[in-house]
Design a protein. Structure first.
Length: 162
């Protein structure tokens, strides 16, 4: 049996950071990109710490937070990591996480946020869902620490017969 750890640490000083689109929109474009780059780099470092913690404590799986790259798929403030200040270094940080996970024999999973539900019917929801699910394929880790994907499926598309 392989025990896994979810993306939140209660006692270990490992923290993943995020922001809101509203906060980024209030900044000048360059400042917003710089803040996003800082958050991505901080989260890459936190991911490495999380993977090292799991390895050191006999935990064989880690679930990566959906906001590891904050707002990456947002329709107004989304971004390509390569285009952020220091983007290449951020990508290298994530690649190092993937290599560490592979070498340590850690399985990692990715869980999109709670608003990504496969069976929602709206077209807008479908486009947004596709963007968010594609982040896994375009993960900057390259060798990908993401080895599987967990998806919530809600009852919204179930038709009740009278």
């Amino acid at each position: 049996m392989r025990l896994g750890l979810c993306c939140i640490f209660r006692e270990a000083p490992i923290k993943f950071r995020t922001t809101t689109a509203t906060a980024i929109k209030k900044l000048a474009r360059n400042e917003g990109r710089k803040k996003l780059a800082d958050l991505c780099a901080t989260n890459a470092a936190a991911l490495m710490e999380a993977l090292q913690f799991c390895s050191a404590n006999g935990i064989g799986c880690f679930r990566v937070n959906s906001q590891i790259l904050p707002l990456k798929t947002h329709p107004d403030v989304g971004y390509n990591v390569r285009e952020l200040p220091g983007g290449r270094q951020i990508i290298e940080q994530f690649r190092a996480c993937g290599k560490f996970a592979e070498k340590a024999g850690l399985r990692t999973t990715f869980h999109p946020d709670q608003f990504v539900v496969l069976n929602r019917r709206s077209r807008m929801s479908s486009r947004s869902r596709s963007r968010k699910l594609n982040i896994r394929q375009k993960s900057p880790s390259g060798s990908g620490p993401m080895s599987s994907l967990s998806m919530p499926v809600g009852p919204t598309a179930i038709r009740r017969r009278p």
